[in-house]
Design a protein around this ligand. Sequence first.
Ligand code: FES
Length: 577
Amino acid sequence: MSDDNNDEKKFRSAAWFGHADRDGFLHRSWMKNQGLPGDLFDGRPVIGICNTWSELTPCNAHFRTIAERVKRGVYEAGGFPLEFPVMSLGETLMRPTAMLFRNLVSMDVEESIRANPIDGVVLLVGCDKTTPALLMGAASCDLPTMMVSGGAMLNGKFRGEDIGSGTGVWKFDADVRSGAMPMCDFIEAESCMSRSAGHCMTMGTASTMASMVESLGMGLPMNAAIPAVDSRRYVLAHLAGRRIVEMVREDLRVSKILTRKAFENAVRVNGAIGGSSNAVIHLLAIAGRVGVEFNLDDWDKLGRDVPCLVNLMPSGKYLMEDFFYAGGLPAVIREMGDLIHRDALTVNGKTMGENVAEAPCYNREVIMPLDEPFKPHGGVAVVRGNLSPNGAILKPSAASPELMKHRGRAVVFENIEDMHARVDDPALDIDETCVMVLKYCGPRGYPGMPEVGNMPVPAKLLKRGITDVVRISDARMSGTAYGTVVLHISPEAAAGGTLALVQNGDMIELDVEARRLHLDVSDAELERRRAAWQPPPVPTERGYARLYIQHVLQADRGADLDFLVGNSGAPIPRESH
Ligand code: FES
Protein backbone atom coordinates (compact mmCIF):
# COMPACT_ATOMS: atom_id res chain seq x y z
CA MET A 1 0.00 0.00 0.00
CA SER A 2 1.31 3.51 -0.88
CA ASP A 3 -0.08 6.79 -2.08
CA ASP A 4 2.20 7.15 -5.10
CA ASN A 5 -0.35 6.50 -7.82
CA ASN A 6 -1.56 9.18 -10.20
CA ASP A 7 -5.22 8.50 -9.55
CA GLU A 8 -6.71 11.06 -7.23
CA LYS A 9 -10.03 9.35 -7.35
CA LYS A 10 -10.67 6.39 -5.08
CA PHE A 11 -11.78 3.35 -6.94
CA ARG A 12 -13.85 0.46 -5.69
CA SER A 13 -10.77 -1.69 -5.05
CA ALA A 14 -9.55 0.78 -2.41
CA ALA A 15 -12.15 -0.71 -0.06
CA TRP A 16 -10.02 -3.87 -0.09
CA PHE A 17 -6.46 -2.70 -0.69
CA GLY A 18 -6.50 0.86 0.59
CA HIS A 19 -6.62 0.44 4.37
CA ALA A 20 -3.62 0.35 6.71
CA ASP A 21 -5.32 -2.01 9.12
CA ARG A 22 -5.93 -5.68 9.78
CA ASP A 23 -8.36 -6.08 6.90
CA GLY A 24 -6.06 -4.32 4.44
CA PHE A 25 -3.26 -6.64 5.58
CA LEU A 26 -5.47 -9.66 4.93
CA HIS A 27 -6.43 -8.48 1.46
CA ARG A 28 -2.89 -7.53 0.38
CA SER A 29 -0.72 -10.11 2.07
CA TRP A 30 -2.19 -13.18 0.45
CA MET A 31 -2.15 -11.49 -2.94
CA LYS A 32 1.57 -10.84 -2.49
CA ASN A 33 2.24 -14.57 -2.43
CA GLN A 34 1.96 -14.30 -6.23
CA GLY A 35 5.03 -12.07 -6.35
CA LEU A 36 3.15 -8.81 -6.82
CA PRO A 37 5.10 -5.64 -5.93
CA GLY A 38 3.64 -3.47 -3.17
CA ASP A 39 3.05 -0.45 -5.39
CA LEU A 40 0.36 -2.32 -7.33
CA PHE A 41 -1.83 -1.77 -4.27
CA ASP A 42 -1.47 2.00 -4.37
CA GLY A 43 -5.00 2.72 -5.52
CA ARG A 44 -4.56 2.26 -9.26
CA PRO A 45 -7.48 0.73 -11.20
CA VAL A 46 -7.77 -3.01 -10.66
CA ILE A 47 -8.82 -4.71 -13.87
CA GLY A 48 -10.42 -8.14 -13.73
CA ILE A 49 -9.79 -10.29 -16.76
CA CYS A 50 -12.64 -12.75 -16.89
CA ASN A 51 -11.37 -15.80 -18.72
CA THR A 52 -13.42 -18.59 -20.26
CA TRP A 53 -10.34 -20.59 -21.21
CA SER A 54 -10.88 -24.33 -21.10
CA GLU A 55 -9.61 -27.33 -23.01
CA LEU A 56 -13.22 -28.47 -22.95
CA THR A 57 -14.10 -25.34 -24.91
CA PRO A 58 -11.81 -25.71 -27.93
CA CYS A 59 -12.99 -22.40 -29.40
CA ASN A 60 -11.53 -20.63 -26.34
CA ALA A 61 -8.43 -22.81 -25.82
CA HIS A 62 -6.05 -19.98 -26.88
CA PHE A 63 -7.39 -17.52 -24.31
CA ARG A 64 -4.48 -17.73 -21.90
CA THR A 65 -2.34 -16.02 -24.53
CA ILE A 66 -5.01 -13.41 -25.12
CA ALA A 67 -5.26 -12.76 -21.38
CA GLU A 68 -1.49 -12.19 -21.24
CA ARG A 69 -1.79 -9.58 -24.00
CA VAL A 70 -4.60 -7.82 -22.17
CA LYS A 71 -2.39 -7.73 -19.07
CA ARG A 72 0.43 -6.07 -20.99
CA GLY A 73 -1.92 -3.28 -21.97
CA VAL A 74 -3.31 -2.90 -18.47
CA TYR A 75 0.16 -2.61 -16.95
CA GLU A 76 1.24 -0.11 -19.60
CA ALA A 77 -1.70 2.11 -18.80
CA GLY A 78 -0.99 2.04 -15.07
CA GLY A 79 -3.58 -0.52 -14.05
CA PHE A 80 -3.33 -3.71 -12.02
CA PRO A 81 -4.63 -6.75 -13.95
CA LEU A 82 -6.00 -9.80 -12.18
CA GLU A 83 -7.19 -12.72 -14.25
CA PHE A 84 -9.97 -14.94 -12.97
CA PRO A 85 -11.75 -17.97 -14.40
CA VAL A 86 -15.44 -18.56 -14.77
CA MET A 87 -17.22 -21.65 -15.96
CA SER A 88 -16.66 -22.08 -19.68
CA LEU A 89 -19.32 -23.13 -22.17
CA GLY A 90 -18.19 -25.29 -25.05
CA GLU A 91 -20.87 -25.73 -27.64
CA THR A 92 -19.59 -28.98 -29.07
CA LEU A 93 -19.26 -31.09 -25.93
CA MET A 94 -21.74 -29.90 -23.31
CA ARG A 95 -24.94 -31.86 -22.87
CA PRO A 96 -27.86 -31.52 -22.91
CA THR A 97 -26.92 -28.09 -24.35
CA ALA A 98 -24.53 -25.28 -23.44
CA MET A 99 -27.53 -22.94 -23.43
CA LEU A 100 -28.79 -24.58 -20.23
CA PHE A 101 -25.77 -23.08 -18.47
CA ARG A 102 -25.71 -19.59 -20.01
CA ASN A 103 -27.62 -18.14 -17.08
CA LEU A 104 -25.53 -20.06 -14.55
CA VAL A 105 -22.35 -18.60 -16.01
CA SER A 106 -23.88 -15.14 -15.96
CA MET A 107 -24.38 -15.60 -12.22
CA ASP A 108 -20.80 -16.82 -11.84
CA VAL A 109 -19.54 -13.71 -13.65
CA GLU A 110 -21.80 -11.28 -11.80
CA GLU A 111 -20.96 -12.60 -8.35
CA SER A 112 -17.23 -12.96 -9.11
CA ILE A 113 -17.05 -9.31 -10.15
CA ARG A 114 -19.10 -7.92 -7.29
CA ALA A 115 -17.42 -9.96 -4.56
CA ASN A 116 -13.90 -8.96 -5.54
CA PRO A 117 -11.80 -5.77 -5.63
CA ILE A 118 -12.47 -5.10 -9.29
CA ASP A 119 -12.85 -1.61 -10.80
CA GLY A 120 -13.24 -2.58 -14.42
CA VAL A 121 -13.41 -5.84 -16.30
CA VAL A 122 -12.31 -7.32 -19.59
CA LEU A 123 -14.46 -10.22 -20.75
CA LEU A 124 -12.72 -12.84 -22.90
CA VAL A 125 -15.42 -14.44 -25.02
CA GLY A 126 -15.57 -16.76 -27.99
CA CYS A 127 -17.64 -19.90 -28.23
CA ASP A 128 -21.32 -19.10 -28.66
CA LYS A 129 -22.74 -18.85 -25.17
CA THR A 130 -19.65 -17.41 -23.52
CA THR A 131 -20.39 -14.02 -25.10
CA PRO A 132 -23.94 -13.46 -23.85
CA ALA A 133 -23.26 -15.17 -20.53
CA LEU A 134 -20.37 -12.88 -19.66
CA LEU A 135 -22.07 -9.73 -20.90
CA MET A 136 -25.27 -10.54 -18.98
CA GLY A 137 -23.30 -11.02 -15.77
CA ALA A 138 -21.16 -7.92 -16.22
CA ALA A 139 -24.17 -5.82 -17.20
CA SER A 140 -25.81 -6.71 -13.91
CA CYS A 141 -22.78 -5.18 -12.15
CA ASP A 142 -22.49 -2.14 -14.43
CA LEU A 143 -18.78 -1.49 -14.00
CA PRO A 144 -16.62 -0.25 -16.90
CA THR A 145 -16.45 -3.31 -19.15
CA MET A 146 -14.56 -4.16 -22.32
CA MET A 147 -15.18 -7.29 -24.37
CA VAL A 148 -12.49 -9.09 -26.35
CA SER A 149 -13.58 -11.88 -28.64
CA GLY A 150 -11.18 -14.70 -29.38
CA GLY A 151 -11.55 -14.62 -33.17
CA ALA A 152 -12.58 -17.25 -35.66
CA MET A 153 -10.60 -20.21 -36.96
CA LEU A 154 -8.96 -19.98 -40.36
CA ASN A 155 -11.14 -21.09 -43.26
CA GLY A 156 -11.74 -24.83 -43.38
CA LYS A 157 -10.08 -26.43 -46.41
CA PHE A 158 -11.13 -29.80 -47.76
CA ARG A 159 -9.75 -31.06 -51.06
CA GLY A 160 -9.31 -27.61 -52.49
CA GLU A 161 -12.66 -26.30 -51.31
CA ASP A 162 -13.44 -23.94 -48.46
CA ILE A 163 -15.64 -25.58 -45.87
CA GLY A 164 -17.35 -23.82 -43.01
CA SER A 165 -17.75 -24.83 -39.36
CA GLY A 166 -21.10 -26.43 -38.75
CA THR A 167 -22.46 -25.58 -42.19
CA GLY A 168 -20.13 -28.20 -43.68
CA VAL A 169 -21.19 -30.73 -41.07
CA TRP A 170 -24.86 -30.39 -41.91
CA LYS A 171 -24.10 -30.68 -45.62
CA PHE A 172 -21.75 -33.66 -45.30
CA ASP A 173 -24.17 -35.42 -42.98
CA ALA A 174 -26.91 -35.05 -45.58
CA ASP A 175 -24.49 -36.29 -48.25
CA VAL A 176 -23.62 -39.39 -46.20
CA ARG A 177 -27.28 -40.14 -45.54
CA SER A 178 -28.19 -39.74 -49.19
CA GLY A 179 -25.25 -41.95 -50.20
CA ALA A 180 -23.33 -39.17 -51.96
CA MET A 181 -20.34 -39.19 -49.55
CA PRO A 182 -18.44 -42.21 -48.20
CA MET A 183 -17.83 -42.36 -44.43
CA CYS A 184 -14.01 -42.26 -44.86
CA ASP A 185 -14.29 -38.86 -46.57
CA PHE A 186 -16.62 -37.67 -43.83
CA ILE A 187 -14.04 -38.57 -41.17
CA GLU A 188 -11.21 -36.96 -43.15
CA ALA A 189 -13.16 -33.72 -43.33
CA GLU A 190 -13.12 -33.40 -39.52
CA SER A 191 -9.52 -32.25 -39.30
CA CYS A 192 -9.81 -30.18 -42.46
CA MET A 193 -12.64 -28.15 -41.02
CA SER A 194 -11.09 -27.19 -37.68
CA ARG A 195 -7.44 -26.49 -38.46
CA SER A 196 -6.46 -23.60 -36.20
CA ALA A 197 -7.31 -21.98 -32.89
CA GLY A 198 -10.53 -20.01 -32.80
CA HIS A 199 -14.27 -20.32 -32.91
CA CYS A 200 -16.56 -21.33 -35.80
CA MET A 201 -15.55 -19.40 -38.90
CA THR A 202 -18.97 -19.27 -40.51
CA MET A 203 -21.34 -16.44 -39.63
CA GLY A 204 -22.66 -18.75 -36.94
CA THR A 205 -23.54 -17.74 -33.43
CA ALA A 206 -19.99 -17.06 -32.23
CA SER A 207 -19.16 -14.77 -35.17
CA THR A 208 -22.58 -13.19 -34.89
CA MET A 209 -22.18 -12.51 -31.18
CA ALA A 210 -18.67 -11.13 -31.76
CA SER A 211 -20.32 -8.82 -34.30
CA MET A 212 -23.00 -7.96 -31.75
CA VAL A 213 -20.26 -7.04 -29.28
CA GLU A 214 -18.82 -4.63 -31.82
CA SER A 215 -22.15 -3.21 -32.97
CA LEU A 216 -23.36 -2.73 -29.39
CA GLY A 217 -20.21 -0.70 -28.84
CA MET A 218 -18.84 -3.15 -26.25
CA GLY A 219 -15.67 -4.11 -28.18
CA LEU A 220 -13.00 -2.27 -30.15
CA PRO A 221 -13.39 -1.86 -33.94
CA MET A 222 -12.48 -5.10 -35.80
CA ASN A 223 -13.24 -7.18 -32.70
CA ALA A 224 -15.43 -9.49 -34.73
CA ALA A 225 -13.37 -10.19 -37.80
CA ILE A 226 -9.68 -10.61 -36.96
CA PRO A 227 -8.89 -14.35 -37.11
CA ALA A 228 -7.86 -15.97 -33.84
CA VAL A 229 -4.34 -16.71 -35.07
CA ASP A 230 -3.68 -13.37 -36.76
CA SER A 231 -1.17 -11.30 -34.79
CA ARG A 232 -3.56 -8.38 -34.96
CA ARG A 233 -5.93 -10.29 -32.61
CA TYR A 234 -3.22 -9.98 -29.98
CA VAL A 235 -2.75 -6.31 -30.77
CA LEU A 236 -6.46 -5.80 -30.22
CA ALA A 237 -6.25 -7.58 -26.86
CA HIS A 238 -3.26 -5.43 -25.90
CA LEU A 239 -5.09 -2.22 -26.84
CA ALA A 240 -8.19 -3.40 -24.97
CA GLY A 241 -6.02 -3.73 -21.86
CA ARG A 242 -4.81 -0.17 -22.22
CA ARG A 243 -8.25 1.19 -22.88
CA ILE A 244 -10.08 -0.47 -19.97
CA VAL A 245 -7.83 1.43 -17.55
CA GLU A 246 -8.89 4.69 -19.17
CA MET A 247 -12.51 3.58 -19.05
CA VAL A 248 -12.26 3.14 -15.30
CA ARG A 249 -10.79 6.61 -14.94
CA GLU A 250 -13.59 7.97 -17.14
CA ASP A 251 -16.22 5.92 -15.29
CA LEU A 252 -17.48 4.70 -18.68
CA ARG A 253 -19.88 2.02 -17.48
CA VAL A 254 -21.87 -0.62 -19.36
CA SER A 255 -25.10 1.33 -18.91
CA LYS A 256 -23.65 4.33 -20.76
CA ILE A 257 -22.97 2.14 -23.80
CA LEU A 258 -25.82 -0.38 -23.78
CA THR A 259 -28.59 2.10 -24.59
CA ARG A 260 -31.66 1.56 -26.71
CA LYS A 261 -29.69 2.95 -29.67
CA ALA A 262 -27.01 0.33 -29.16
CA PHE A 263 -29.58 -2.47 -29.33
CA GLU A 264 -31.19 -0.98 -32.41
CA ASN A 265 -27.78 -0.84 -34.07
CA ALA A 266 -27.13 -4.46 -33.15
CA VAL A 267 -30.45 -5.68 -34.58
CA ARG A 268 -29.77 -3.93 -37.85
CA VAL A 269 -26.21 -5.17 -38.05
CA ASN A 270 -27.48 -8.68 -37.42
CA GLY A 271 -29.65 -8.27 -40.50
CA ALA A 272 -26.79 -6.90 -42.58
CA ILE A 273 -24.49 -9.78 -41.70
CA GLY A 274 -27.16 -12.50 -42.05
CA GLY A 275 -26.50 -13.24 -38.40
CA SER A 276 -27.55 -16.14 -36.23
CA SER A 277 -31.09 -16.52 -34.96
CA ASN A 278 -29.52 -17.09 -31.55
CA ALA A 279 -28.69 -13.39 -31.33
CA VAL A 280 -32.41 -12.79 -30.80
CA ILE A 281 -32.62 -14.63 -27.52
CA HIS A 282 -29.27 -13.36 -26.25
CA LEU A 283 -29.91 -9.68 -26.94
CA LEU A 284 -33.32 -9.89 -25.30
CA ALA A 285 -31.67 -11.31 -22.20
CA ILE A 286 -28.88 -8.71 -22.20
CA ALA A 287 -31.36 -5.85 -22.59
CA GLY A 288 -33.29 -7.26 -19.64
CA ARG A 289 -30.18 -6.96 -17.49
CA VAL A 290 -29.61 -3.27 -18.31
CA GLY A 291 -33.29 -2.35 -18.19
CA VAL A 292 -33.56 -1.21 -21.80
CA GLU A 293 -37.04 -1.53 -23.31
CA PHE A 294 -36.48 -3.99 -26.10
CA ASN A 295 -38.70 -6.86 -27.19
CA LEU A 296 -39.18 -9.54 -29.79
CA ASP A 297 -41.20 -7.27 -32.07
CA ASP A 298 -38.27 -4.85 -32.20
CA TRP A 299 -36.37 -7.57 -34.00
CA ASP A 300 -38.95 -7.68 -36.74
CA LYS A 301 -39.66 -3.95 -36.87
CA LEU A 302 -36.03 -2.82 -36.90
CA GLY A 303 -34.56 -5.63 -38.95
CA ARG A 304 -37.34 -6.19 -41.46
CA ASP A 305 -36.01 -3.93 -44.19
CA VAL A 306 -32.34 -4.42 -43.58
CA PRO A 307 -30.75 -6.13 -46.56
CA CYS A 308 -28.11 -8.78 -46.03
CA LEU A 309 -24.81 -7.30 -47.25
CA VAL A 310 -22.45 -10.05 -46.21
CA ASN A 311 -21.94 -13.11 -48.38
CA LEU A 312 -20.90 -15.56 -45.66
CA MET A 313 -21.98 -19.09 -44.86
CA PRO A 314 -24.53 -20.27 -43.88
CA SER A 315 -26.49 -17.71 -45.93
CA GLY A 316 -23.74 -17.30 -48.53
CA LYS A 317 -20.39 -18.49 -49.79
CA TYR A 318 -17.45 -17.00 -47.87
CA LEU A 319 -16.02 -17.35 -44.38
CA MET A 320 -14.80 -15.11 -41.55
CA GLU A 321 -11.20 -15.01 -42.78
CA ASP A 322 -12.49 -13.57 -46.07
CA PHE A 323 -14.65 -11.17 -44.07
CA PHE A 324 -11.58 -9.85 -42.27
CA TYR A 325 -9.64 -9.35 -45.50
CA ALA A 326 -12.66 -7.56 -46.99
CA GLY A 327 -12.74 -4.97 -44.21
CA GLY A 328 -14.70 -6.64 -41.44
CA LEU A 329 -17.63 -5.21 -39.55
CA PRO A 330 -16.57 -1.51 -39.75
CA ALA A 331 -16.92 -1.73 -43.53
CA VAL A 332 -20.41 -3.19 -43.15
CA ILE A 333 -21.51 -0.56 -40.63
CA ARG A 334 -20.16 2.24 -42.78
CA GLU A 335 -22.06 0.82 -45.74
CA MET A 336 -25.27 0.79 -43.71
CA GLY A 337 -25.35 4.59 -43.62
CA ASP A 338 -28.44 5.98 -41.95
CA LEU A 339 -29.63 2.56 -40.83
CA ILE A 340 -27.18 3.01 -37.96
CA HIS A 341 -27.30 5.43 -35.03
CA ARG A 342 -23.94 6.97 -35.66
CA ASP A 343 -23.94 8.86 -32.36
CA ALA A 344 -24.05 5.69 -30.24
CA LEU A 345 -21.11 5.62 -27.83
CA THR A 346 -18.57 2.79 -27.89
CA VAL A 347 -15.91 1.52 -25.49
CA ASN A 348 -13.09 3.47 -27.12
CA GLY A 349 -14.86 6.70 -26.18
CA LYS A 350 -15.75 7.46 -29.78
CA THR A 351 -19.10 7.15 -31.47
CA MET A 352 -19.98 4.35 -33.85
CA GLY A 353 -19.99 6.89 -36.67
CA GLU A 354 -16.49 8.08 -35.83
CA ASN A 355 -15.22 4.51 -35.63
CA VAL A 356 -16.38 3.56 -39.12
CA ALA A 357 -16.12 6.90 -40.96
CA GLU A 358 -13.08 5.85 -43.00
CA ALA A 359 -13.58 2.08 -42.91
CA PRO A 360 -12.49 0.67 -46.27
CA CYS A 361 -14.01 -2.27 -48.12
CA TYR A 362 -11.56 -4.37 -50.09
CA ASN A 363 -13.83 -7.00 -51.56
CA ARG A 364 -17.30 -6.26 -52.86
CA GLU A 365 -18.10 -9.94 -53.34
CA VAL A 366 -17.86 -10.48 -49.60
CA ILE A 367 -19.30 -7.18 -48.34
CA MET A 368 -21.79 -5.89 -50.84
CA PRO A 369 -23.09 -2.34 -51.28
CA LEU A 370 -26.37 -1.28 -49.72
CA ASP A 371 -27.92 -0.56 -53.11
CA GLU A 372 -26.84 -3.94 -54.50
CA PRO A 373 -27.19 -6.23 -51.49
CA PHE A 374 -26.43 -9.92 -51.30
CA LYS A 375 -30.03 -10.67 -50.26
CA PRO A 376 -32.92 -8.22 -49.94
CA HIS A 377 -33.93 -9.37 -46.44
CA GLY A 378 -31.34 -10.20 -43.82
CA GLY A 379 -33.27 -9.70 -40.63
CA VAL A 380 -35.27 -12.04 -38.48
CA ALA A 381 -38.98 -12.52 -39.15
CA VAL A 382 -41.26 -12.87 -36.12
CA VAL A 383 -44.32 -14.99 -36.90
CA ARG A 384 -47.41 -15.23 -34.73
CA GLY A 385 -50.68 -17.12 -34.70
CA ASN A 386 -52.44 -19.74 -32.64
CA LEU A 387 -49.29 -21.88 -32.79
CA SER A 388 -47.07 -19.12 -31.44
CA PRO A 389 -49.14 -16.42 -29.73
CA ASN A 390 -46.04 -14.95 -28.09
CA GLY A 391 -43.99 -15.24 -31.25
CA ALA A 392 -41.62 -17.53 -33.11
CA ILE A 393 -38.78 -16.63 -35.43
CA LEU A 394 -37.44 -17.56 -38.83
CA LYS A 395 -34.29 -16.44 -40.60
CA PRO A 396 -35.33 -15.55 -44.16
CA SER A 397 -31.78 -15.28 -45.51
CA ALA A 398 -31.17 -18.97 -44.68
CA ALA A 399 -34.60 -20.19 -45.85
CA SER A 400 -35.92 -21.35 -49.23
CA PRO A 401 -37.90 -18.57 -50.94
CA GLU A 402 -40.45 -21.04 -52.34
CA LEU A 403 -41.33 -22.26 -48.83
CA MET A 404 -41.88 -18.85 -47.26
CA LYS A 405 -45.58 -19.20 -47.94
CA HIS A 406 -46.63 -22.78 -47.40
CA ARG A 407 -49.49 -24.96 -46.21
CA GLY A 408 -48.69 -28.53 -45.34
CA ARG A 409 -49.58 -31.62 -43.39
CA ALA A 410 -47.94 -31.95 -39.97
CA VAL A 411 -45.54 -34.83 -39.39
CA VAL A 412 -45.13 -34.77 -35.63
CA PHE A 413 -42.21 -35.91 -33.50
CA GLU A 414 -43.23 -36.01 -29.86
CA ASN A 415 -39.67 -35.40 -28.61
CA ILE A 416 -36.08 -35.51 -29.78
CA GLU A 417 -35.72 -39.27 -29.25
CA ASP A 418 -38.81 -39.88 -31.36
CA MET A 419 -37.34 -37.70 -34.09
CA HIS A 420 -33.99 -39.51 -34.10
CA ALA A 421 -35.71 -42.91 -34.10
CA ARG A 422 -38.00 -42.24 -37.04
CA VAL A 423 -36.60 -39.46 -39.23
CA ASP A 424 -34.76 -41.83 -41.56
CA ASP A 425 -37.30 -44.64 -41.36
CA PRO A 426 -38.33 -45.48 -44.94
CA ALA A 427 -41.85 -46.00 -43.57
CA LEU A 428 -42.12 -42.39 -42.34
CA ASP A 429 -45.22 -40.93 -43.97
CA ILE A 430 -43.75 -37.71 -45.33
CA ASP A 431 -43.25 -35.87 -48.60
CA GLU A 432 -41.83 -32.49 -49.55
CA THR A 433 -45.12 -30.70 -48.88
CA CYS A 434 -45.23 -31.76 -45.24
CA VAL A 435 -44.32 -29.67 -42.19
CA MET A 436 -42.03 -31.37 -39.69
CA VAL A 437 -43.02 -30.59 -36.09
CA LEU A 438 -40.80 -31.20 -33.07
CA LYS A 439 -42.07 -30.81 -29.48
CA TYR A 440 -40.60 -30.42 -25.99
CA CYS A 441 -37.29 -28.85 -26.98
CA GLY A 442 -37.88 -25.42 -25.44
CA PRO A 443 -36.19 -23.86 -22.40
CA ARG A 444 -38.16 -25.87 -19.83
CA GLY A 445 -38.88 -28.96 -21.87
CA TYR A 446 -35.43 -30.21 -22.86
CA PRO A 447 -34.26 -28.46 -20.60
CA GLY A 448 -32.15 -25.63 -22.00
CA MET A 449 -33.55 -25.13 -25.52
CA PRO A 450 -30.95 -26.99 -27.61
CA GLU A 451 -30.00 -26.37 -31.22
CA VAL A 452 -32.10 -29.13 -32.72
CA GLY A 453 -34.70 -27.07 -34.57
CA ASN A 454 -33.02 -27.68 -37.90
CA MET A 455 -34.16 -31.29 -37.89
CA PRO A 456 -32.41 -33.38 -40.56
CA VAL A 457 -34.40 -33.67 -43.74
CA PRO A 458 -35.55 -37.33 -43.91
CA ALA A 459 -33.24 -39.57 -45.94
CA LYS A 460 -36.08 -40.67 -48.19
CA LEU A 461 -36.51 -37.04 -49.28
CA LEU A 462 -32.78 -36.38 -49.60
CA LYS A 463 -32.49 -39.35 -51.94
CA ARG A 464 -35.05 -37.65 -54.17
CA GLY A 465 -32.95 -34.46 -54.18
CA ILE A 466 -35.17 -32.57 -51.72
CA THR A 467 -32.99 -30.59 -49.34
CA ASP A 468 -35.46 -28.39 -47.48
CA VAL A 469 -38.89 -28.74 -45.92
CA VAL A 470 -40.66 -26.48 -43.44
CA ARG A 471 -39.67 -27.41 -39.90
CA ILE A 472 -41.15 -25.93 -36.73
CA SER A 473 -40.30 -26.33 -33.05
CA ASP A 474 -39.72 -24.62 -29.73
CA ALA A 475 -35.97 -25.31 -30.07
CA ARG A 476 -33.16 -23.10 -31.33
CA MET A 477 -30.87 -23.91 -34.24
CA SER A 478 -27.16 -23.51 -34.70
CA GLY A 479 -26.17 -20.23 -36.25
CA THR A 480 -24.34 -22.30 -38.85
CA ALA A 481 -27.53 -24.07 -39.94
CA TYR A 482 -29.90 -23.23 -42.74
CA GLY A 483 -33.33 -24.11 -44.05
CA THR A 484 -36.94 -22.97 -43.71
CA VAL A 485 -36.97 -23.45 -39.99
CA VAL A 486 -39.40 -21.83 -37.56
CA LEU A 487 -37.81 -21.64 -34.11
CA HIS A 488 -38.34 -20.44 -30.54
CA ILE A 489 -42.10 -21.06 -30.52
CA SER A 490 -43.50 -19.38 -27.43
CA PRO A 491 -45.06 -20.61 -25.26
CA GLU A 492 -43.14 -23.86 -25.65
CA ALA A 493 -44.80 -27.27 -25.60
CA ALA A 494 -43.69 -28.05 -22.03
CA ALA A 495 -45.35 -24.83 -20.86
CA GLY A 496 -48.63 -25.94 -22.39
CA GLY A 497 -48.26 -24.05 -25.68
CA THR A 498 -50.40 -25.02 -28.64
CA LEU A 499 -47.36 -26.78 -30.10
CA ALA A 500 -48.00 -29.58 -27.59
CA LEU A 501 -51.42 -30.17 -29.14
CA VAL A 502 -50.38 -30.62 -32.77
CA GLN A 503 -51.20 -34.05 -34.18
CA ASN A 504 -50.12 -35.90 -37.29
CA GLY A 505 -52.22 -34.84 -40.23
CA ASP A 506 -53.12 -31.37 -38.93
CA MET A 507 -52.64 -28.67 -41.52
CA ILE A 508 -50.16 -25.88 -40.74
CA GLU A 509 -49.88 -22.58 -42.57
CA LEU A 510 -46.73 -20.49 -42.69
CA ASP A 511 -46.81 -17.09 -44.35
CA VAL A 512 -43.61 -15.23 -43.60
CA GLU A 513 -44.60 -12.11 -45.53
CA ALA A 514 -47.80 -11.87 -43.45
CA ARG A 515 -45.84 -12.90 -40.33
CA ARG A 516 -48.32 -15.71 -39.68
CA LEU A 517 -48.02 -19.24 -38.29
CA HIS A 518 -51.36 -20.98 -38.00
CA LEU A 519 -52.54 -24.43 -36.96
CA ASP A 520 -55.66 -25.07 -38.97
CA VAL A 521 -57.59 -26.81 -36.21
CA SER A 522 -60.77 -25.40 -34.67
CA ASP A 523 -60.65 -23.73 -31.28
CA ALA A 524 -63.14 -26.28 -29.95
CA GLU A 525 -60.92 -29.17 -31.01
CA LEU A 526 -57.85 -27.48 -29.52
CA GLU A 527 -59.72 -27.02 -26.24
CA ARG A 528 -60.64 -30.69 -26.27
CA ARG A 529 -57.01 -31.65 -26.82
CA ARG A 530 -55.85 -29.19 -24.16
CA ALA A 531 -58.14 -30.73 -21.57
CA ALA A 532 -56.60 -34.14 -22.28
CA TRP A 533 -53.00 -32.88 -22.33
CA GLN A 534 -50.62 -34.09 -19.65
CA PRO A 535 -47.43 -32.13 -19.02
CA PRO A 536 -44.32 -34.27 -19.50
CA PRO A 537 -42.49 -35.50 -16.40
CA VAL A 538 -39.98 -33.01 -14.99
CA PRO A 539 -36.62 -34.28 -16.26
CA THR A 540 -34.71 -33.61 -13.06
CA GLU A 541 -35.44 -33.15 -9.39
CA ARG A 542 -32.39 -31.38 -8.05
CA GLY A 543 -29.51 -29.03 -8.61
CA TYR A 544 -29.11 -26.17 -11.05
CA ALA A 545 -31.31 -27.80 -13.70
CA ARG A 546 -34.20 -27.82 -11.26
CA LEU A 547 -33.68 -24.13 -10.46
CA TYR A 548 -33.52 -23.43 -14.19
CA ILE A 549 -36.75 -25.27 -14.99
CA GLN A 550 -38.57 -23.49 -12.20
CA HIS A 551 -37.44 -20.01 -13.14
CA VAL A 552 -36.58 -19.86 -16.84
CA LEU A 553 -38.51 -17.32 -18.89
CA GLN A 554 -39.86 -18.20 -22.30
CA ALA A 555 -37.85 -17.57 -25.47
CA ASP A 556 -39.64 -14.34 -26.32
CA ARG A 557 -38.21 -12.90 -23.10
CA GLY A 558 -34.67 -14.11 -23.66
CA ALA A 559 -34.86 -17.32 -21.58
CA ASP A 560 -33.16 -15.62 -18.65
CA LEU A 561 -34.05 -16.73 -15.14
CA ASP A 562 -36.84 -14.53 -13.81
CA PHE A 563 -34.89 -13.49 -10.72
CA LEU A 564 -31.84 -12.45 -12.73
CA VAL A 565 -33.58 -9.83 -14.84
CA GLY A 566 -32.28 -6.37 -13.97
CA ASN A 567 -29.08 -5.40 -12.23
CA SER A 568 -27.75 -4.64 -8.79
CA GLY A 569 -24.69 -2.58 -9.68
CA ALA A 570 -21.49 -3.35 -7.81
CA PRO A 571 -21.90 -1.97 -4.30
CA ILE A 572 -19.04 -2.94 -2.01
CA PRO A 573 -20.13 -5.92 0.08
CA ARG A 574 -19.56 -6.19 3.84
CA GLU A 575 -16.08 -7.03 5.04
CA SER A 576 -15.36 -10.75 5.11
CA HIS A 577 -13.45 -11.07 8.39
FE1 FES B 1 -17.61 -22.90 -30.45
FE2 FES B 1 -19.00 -22.87 -32.83
S1 FES B 1 -18.58 -24.53 -31.51
S2 FES B 1 -18.09 -21.28 -31.75
